[in-house]
Write a protein that binds this ligand. Structure first.
Ligand code: BES
Ligand code: MN
Ligand code: ZN
Length: 526
């Protein structure tokens, strides 16, 4: 008689054997293991500079007013045809105005784009070039940009074009007409000086902004803390005077970083802190800290589904600090920077943290968690303390998609700026002005500082009454920044993603903060 009296017993006895011989049904990879694409984005138009336009090409003419600039690219007949069109369209060359002409002489197309702003403002060479890049994205012809006067105007036009032609199309397999990859030439007498300016600065800025846009656009099944680290590390490969330090969860746990590790504890994707230093100058560094939530479901305090997809870009602050540092390092700017990305995925799960939990941070201060959806301030609490303690910066700027509140207050043209000292605010505002990325200062008030205090821990991350949402967030982060350290907080939750296209930013990821922080770092050294 068989020793197996019942099928059940037989199965039990066979179990260990099955476990060895059959592949396990538990997945050995996170996610599906099937990458959504192995293709990069479509190739962009390469940018170059020349003194003369190639004959009979398509032309973009940047206009300072209604009069057509002198150019050898138009014959006398073509010139009078264009002038007639300008007159009949009442084209004044104002910023935002464009006039598209086809069938004139040998040119497949001529696009006039206005560069004039109000009389108090300088000509804007970037925006019309950016608009033209978007308008002509799928025109499969070479382009020449005319009308920018002087090397800096020419390099600015190239920057505008490079920012405007950004596309994120690597997941689109079914397109009628792909964007053109034919070249664009910025034409003018100062071509060689413009080319040098482009090579040494503008090109790196454009590439860094577009890298940040890629990181923002990538869905969270592609970008999670470790893959963010991998991509950014790859971008820094071979760049001089750069050091990269990565803290994994074990390292962060050892240093009692309970806030950032707590945010990530509901996710199987481990949290990371990425610290990049660039040493191109003298003196203490400027510290830049970015919120890097690779996806924000809200955690146990889960968000409603409407618009939740946009939380793939909740790492925009972290991407911006890395992009600015990349741009500064590649252009060998004479500055010292320490940039920190506080990376975690905010997921609900059996091991997720709960409302009511208390966590300990790097410096020993404690936080009561009232909403697991106020997670950005948590990861930043550890990041700002760590970077201040270990790198002794002379000033600290943090940047975060922190609150819906800031978007409701300021819309999508201004990010919120918070600073304790007026002279700090002025520095940041002037860099914003120069870069074209706008900020509006919002209040820090002692009454709001009291409002973030907790009954059971030092501070609470939510449930703050008596302070507006964005200010409560700013005060919370400020609680972890020593009063003697000049500090500014940028809340970019309203500007990280464009719902429609703008001249320098096609619809979608904006790359906000790269140009601003690049400018600020150049202007603010110890
Ligand atoms: N990532 C969000 C903020 C956000 C909202 C960014 C919309 C971009 C667009 C942040 O983590 C969040 O959930 N904030 C809460 C804070 C609240 C719970 C104190 C908010 O703004 O509602
Ligand atoms: Mn949240
Ligand atoms: Zn968030």
């Amino acid at each position: 008689m068989s020793q197996f009296k019942t099928p059940g017993l037989f199965l039990l006895a066979a179990l260990p054997l099955l476990a060895i011989s059959a592949p396990t049904h538990a997945q050995s990879v996170l996610g599906s293991g099937v990458p959504a694409s192995s293709e990069p984005n479509s190739t962009e138009r390469p940018v170059s500079f020349a003194e003369q336009a190639p004959p009979n090409g398509a032309l973009i003419i940047l206009m300072q007013n209604e009069s057509l600039p002198e150019t050898a690219a138009l014959s006398a007949n073509e010139r009078s045809a264009v002038e007639a069109a300008i007159a009949s369209a009442s084209f004044k060359g104002e910023s935002g105005q464009t006039l598209e002409l086809r069938g004139i002489g040998g040119h497949p197309l001529i696009l006039l784009a206005g560069a004039a702003q109000s009389s108090s403002e300088a000509l804007d060479w970037r925006s019309p070039a950016g608009s033209a890049a978007q308008k002509l994205l799928k025109e499969d012809v070479e382009l020449a940009i005319l009308g920018a006067t002087g090397a800096s105007a020419m390099a600015d036009a190239a920057l505008g074009f490079a920012l405007g032609q950004y596309r994120f199309d690597r997941y689109q397999t079914d397109v009628d007409k792909a964007p053109s990859s034919r070249k664009v030439t910025v034409v003018g007498a100062d071509a060689s000086a413009a080319q040098n300016l482009w090579n040494s600065r503008h090109k790196h800025l454009a590439e860094s902004v577009n890298m940040v846009r890629d990181l923002q656009s990538e869905p969270a099944n592609t970008i999670y803390p470790q893959s963010f680290v991998d991509r950014v590390s790859a971008a820094f490969k071979g760049v001089g005077n750069v050091r990269i330090e990565i803290l994994d969860e074990a390292a962060m746990r050892k240093m009692n970083m309970g806030a950032i590790v707590g945010v990530g504890q509901g996710s199987p994707r481990g949290s990371r802190m990425m610290i990049v230093t660039y040493s191109g100058g003298t003196g203490a560094p400027l510290a830049l800290a970015g919120k890097g939530i690779t996806f924000d479901t809200g955690g146990i305090s889960i968000k409603p589904n409407k618009g939740m997809w946009a939380m793939k870009a909740d790492m925009s602050g972290a991407a911006a600090v890395m992009g600015a540092t990349l741009s500064l390092a590649k252009s060998r700017a004479p500055v010292n920077i320490v940039a920190v990305a506080a990376l975690a995925e905010n997921m609900p799960g059996a091991n997720a943290q709960r409302p009511g939990d208390v966590v300990r941070t790097y410096g020993g201060k404690t936080i009561e968690i009232l909403s697991t959806d106020a997670e950005g301030r948590l990861v930043l609490a550890d990041a700002v303390q760590y970077v201040a303690d270990r790198y002794k910066p002379f000033a600290l700027v943090d940047i975060a998609t922190l609150t819906g509140s800031v978007g409701r207050a300021l819309g999508d043209e201004y990010a919120g700026l918070f600073a304790r000292e007026d002279k700090v605010a002025q520095r940041v505002l002037s860099a914003a002005e120069k870069s074209g990325e706008h900020l509006w200062q919002l209040p820090l008030h002692p009454a709001y500082a009291k409002a973030v205090r907790s009954d059971i821990a030092d501070v609470k991350n939510s449930g703050v009454t008596g302070a507006p949402g964005a200010s409560a967030g700013a005060h919370f982060i400020g609680y972890f920044v020593d009063k003697s350290l000049p500090w500014a907080h940028l809340d970019i939750a309203g500007v990280d993603w464009n719902s429609s296209s703008k001249p320098l930013t096609p619809k979608g990821a904006s790359g906000f903060g790269v140009r601003l922080l690049d400018q600020l770092a150049r202007d603010w050294t110890e």
